[in-house]
Every structure is written in C-alpha cells, then in structure tokens.
Design a protein around this ligand. Sequence first.
Ligand code: KIV
Length: 295
Amino acid sequence: MSALPRAGNGKVTVPDILHRKSASGDSHSAQQKITCLTAYDYPTARLLDEAGVDILLVGDSLGMVVLGYENTLPVTFEEMLHHLRAVRRGTHHALLVADMPFGSFHVSHEDTVRQALRLVKEGGAEAVKIEGGERRMDLIARLVEAEIPVMAHIGLTPQSVLELGGFRVQGKSIAAAEKLVRDAHAVEAAGAFSVVLESVPRELAARITGELRIPTIGIGAGPDCDGQVLVFHDLVGLSLDGTPKFARQYVNLGELITRAARAYCDDVRGGQFPSDAESFHNSRDVAEASAIKSR
Ligand code: KIV
C-alpha cells in the first residue's frame, strides 16, 4: 500500500498546477513556470524532490533509458508499478504522475479505469499520463469521472512509433498543425489538467499555450509553454544511446561513473582497496587470545 503525502507544507497538487496557468499572466510569470522531470527510482526521486522539482513523472521512457528496450512499446504495467512505488517512497513535495504504458488503455474504458486505479492505489500516483489527443477524449473523460487526474500528451507520442514510422517533429504542415490544435482543445474539453507537447514547432506550441486554459508542458516545444519536462537521463548524461537536440545536459554523470569504476578496479587490482581503515578488526578479547596462542 502506498501512503500519499498530505497537501500543505509546500506539497504540489493538481490544483496548484492548474493555478500556475491562471497566474502566468502576472508579473512573476517566469517564476510560475512548471518544472517536470522523469524519475524511475528512489534515490533519484529523493534528490529531484529535494531540489524542488514541481512534478515527477514516472514515464514509460523507463523502457528505453533504464531497461534498455529499443522503444517504449514493451514496457509492462507491472514494470511501471514497480518503479512507481520506488519513486513514491522518495517523493514528498512534487506531484507524482505515472504514465499509462502501451496496451494498458487500449482494451476498454473499464479496463483502463481499473489499471489507472491500480497506479493510484498501489503505486501512489496522484495523476496518470495518457498519450493521444482527440481519439482519447472519451477515455480521459472516464478517468476524470473516476476522480483520477489526467495529464494528456500530444505531438510526438512515442507509443505511436509504429503508426508514425519513427520519432519526428510533429505539426509541421498546416493540416498537421490544425490537427494538433484540435487535439489540444479536445484533451482540455475532456478534463485533462495539463498537456505535454512533445517535439512540435515553437510557434505552434506558443499558439496552443495561448489558446488553452490548462498548462502546456513542453519537451522539444520551445520556451513559450507553461512548463518544461525532460528525461532525467538526458539532463545528467546517462542517455547512452544519444541525447535529443532539444535536451540540455547539465552534467556528464556517464563520464564520472566510468572514471569512478576504473579507479576502483585499479585500486582493487593494485591492493589499494580496501585499506586498513576500511576494514573491521578483531575485538580486544579475540586479539589478546590470539596473541597468547601464538606465543
Ligand atoms: O515517458 C516519458 O518520459 C515522457 C516524457 C518525455 C514526457 O512521456
């Protein structure tokens, strides 16, 4: 069973996130931008939460950056739940959102609500994220009706990789741009409390942000969205198969980890680790007894 942290004491809630939108017109708008990062384990969740990130997303990018899958399609519901629980244990301040993995919302509305409820009841999610626009309207409305807040996700939706034929910037033609605007209005009308815009032209993201009443959270969608999300591994240099153009790497942990592992191997092989100070020692009784014996 999960234990949700209580609201208050700086805990970020769904209404807080919605409020950022209505507050974005005031003079402190820059401070109102929403920050979101992915997290997949306890220590990362704790560090990001303590750093003041507003939303932690247990994204199904888990499959690619942590589990080594080629894309997000193989990620199972049980894998999501397992990682979500770990993140829940490390999250006290941020709003915790969990992705609905591919296949978990495709069978029926009833089944989807049941799965989403498991993310809330067993995993401690405070909202779920669903990929897709207009065609997910009824589904989003059903989840909202069941009192499960929904973050929508439109533009490049990685679970549509088979349909899209690859990961490309979306909304580049006039027709595609108009479709994305319709998707954005549809998820808002269905009751989503926010929408992720992934890999869309900056100008289009700015237009959608201007038209919606719910916050937009961009990834590869330029600086005019109400907030930004990045995959944690891109931020810290742990995306071993490459970092997308839109991501900014703030530190290269990959390099630091390799250096630390090499130094450890050198120390062990050279007899420099562990040292005497890093070893346990006999108690005085045992030391004295062995001294007598060896006389
Ligand atoms: O799975 C994920 O991490 C995501 C974000 C990139 C928005 O969907």
